[in-house]
Design a protein around this ligand. Structure first.
Ligand code: XIL
Length: 331
């Protein structure tokens, strides 16, 4: 079969994958990725926690090695992410940082220093950055609080992050990335994201695109004629109406609600994916498709224990199986 990147090229799409350190040391997995993809994102190695585990101690080696390999293979590189608004995923030392007597200045200085250091280090090799990740609380639709929003204001801080990124990564596409879905349970989340994007647009923030994480599942299926599909189109219409581009940044299919039988399960996963990708790629503004792991054993969902399968079986969320054989989702 033709590699995904060749199929993608025909449709004007880039095809990418998030690779984690463990799989970066696995020659077979890397070979699969090199064959199928023309874009790479580091699964964890580009996050603040990984780049600066202790204040001032930068560790760029892991990300540098991945990006250098990607470039040797002729791949584009995405940076993920400059600021993760969910305090749980900021470095502990950032959450505990002493902002002193002039906390707003100190918070701005810390935020700037991080973005400037990272963007300057990687320079022009980053094609696209997730500047801000997951700023909206899915339950309420409000902006999440963290040490930066506390001292700078939430919209102000997000705006600042984009402006600093713009100055120090002038050639890169700047993306706001989040995991809103098409279903009823995600209504507040979608509304919150739209509100944020409108606020940024009206301030003239240099934001170019919305990253659709696209960790999909049976609960947000968007089959034709469904209410979910209408809702998803409405959402994407409004985003593209603001002049923003779209990217699928972290695609996988959670099969928690699908039957144990592998044949039925893989068919279900492929059907969910087809409906979702058909709708989403019907927007010419959407030209990037990135998987969050491309073989089942390499998927973060195997270790994400918040909502495992009730039968305890490993999930089958990606286009290739544990032996790197193509599954129905691939075709
Ligand atoms: C996940 C990684 O896959 C895990 O290895 C890590 O433990 C936690 O983060 N949304 C994102 C990604 O933006 O950064 C997350 O990646 C998955 C959800």
């Amino acid at each position: 079969p033709e590699p995904l990147k060749v199929l993608g090229k025909r449709k004007g799409l880039n095809v990418g994958n998030a690779i984690g350190g463990r799989w970066f040391r696995d020659p077979a997995y890397k070979a699969l990725m090199a064959r199928e993809c023309n874009m790479l994102v580091a699964e964890n190695e580009g996050k603040w926690q990984a780049l600066e585990p202790r204040p001032g101690e930068y560790q760029f080696e892991a990300a540098d090695a991945m990006y250098a390999w990607a470039r040797q293979q002729g791949m584009l590189v995405r940076g993920h992410n400059l600021i993760w608004q969910d305090a749980k995923w900021l470095p502990k030392w950032v959450n505990e940082y002493d902002f002193g007597a002039q906390p707003a200045q100190a918070a701005e200085a810390l935020l700037r220093k991080h973005i400037v250091t990272v963007c300057d280090h990687f320079g022009g090799i980053i094609h696209s950055y997730d500047v801000v990740n997951e700023a909206v609380d899915p339950a309420s639709g409000a902006l999440r609080a963290n040490v930066f929003t506390q001292h700078l204001g939430a919209v102000e801080q997000i705006d600042l992050a984009f402006r600093v990124a713009r100055e120090h990564a002038p050639g890169a596409q700047l993306v706001y990335n989040d995991y809103m879905r098409a279903d009823e349970g995600s209504t507040k989340h979608r509304e919150g994201v739209l509100k944020l994007l409108h606020a940024l647009k009206s301030r003239g923030t240099p934001v170019h695109a919305l990253g659709l994480q696209s960790h999909i599942g049976s609960w947000d299926e968007v089959s034709s004629g469904s209410q979910h599909q209408r809702v998803w189109r409405q959402f994407l219409d409004e985003v593209t109406g603001m002049g923003l581009d779209l990217l699928v940044t972290e695609f996988d299919v959670n099969d928690r609600k699908l039957p144990a039988d592998v044949t039925a399960r893989d068919a279900g996963v492929a059907a969910l994916a087809k409906d979702y990708l058909d709708v989403t790629f019907s927007y010419p503004q959407c030209r990037d498709f990135l998987m969050w792991g491309m073989a089942d054993h390499a998927s973060w969902l195997q270790e994400w224990k918040e909502a495992p399968r009730t039968d305890g079986l490993p999930m089958r969320p990606t286009p290739f199986d544990d032996h790197l054989r193509a599954k129905p989702l691939r075709d």
